[in-house]
Design a protein around this ligand. Structure first.
Ligand code: RB5
Length: 148
């Protein structure tokens, strides 16, 4: 498992917490910024992560902004990306089992570090269930093809 991680200024501090968790779990990652709390534009940080996950260079991506929303909207523009904003443990598990999400987005202004760590741990550890869910993922891919 190789993780690409990035944040804007609204997610910088939570990104640093998540990196500590990845270190504890011995999961290798690359940090695509930002590197301080100066104001930046979240699409500039969502794109490099989304492109590298879509290309297969990285297994999963983690994006953090103030709400997780802007990052997820930007990441989902890249073909092959399934990114969900997750702020609870039930959804963290469900979005892996049902949606096979390859990027998770969190809001640094929404969740605290304790909950975020639990969400990330569950999301990283939960496998895709396949079966009927694969059929639905295939339909999402068809939509993507239709509009690309
Ligand atoms: C930045 O102020 C904020 O808009 C950004 O972090 C994010 O929440 C956007 O969706």
């Amino acid at each position: 498992m190789k993780v690409a991680i990035a944040a804007d200024h609204g997610g910088y501090s939570l990104k640093e917490e998540i990196k500590k968790l990845l270190d504890e779990l011995h999961i290798s990652y690359e940090d695509f910024g930002c590197h301080c709390e100066d104001s930046v534009d979240y699409p500039d940080y969502a794109l490099p992560v989304a492109e590298r996950v879509a290309s297969g260079e990285f297994t999963r991506g983690i994006l953090v902004c103030g709400t997780g929303l802007g990052m997820s909207i930007a990441a989902n523009k890249v073909k092959g990306i399934r990114c969900a904003v997750v702020h609870d443990c039930f959804s963290a598990k469900a979005t892996r089992e049902h949606n096979d999400t390859n990027i998770i987005a969190l809001g640094g202004r929404v969740v605290g570090p304790g909950l975020a760590r639990e969400i990330i741990r569950i999301w990283l550890e939960t496998p895709f269930s396949g079966g009927r869910h694969q059929r639905r993922i295939d339909k999402i891919s068809e939509i993507e093809k239709k509009y690309s």
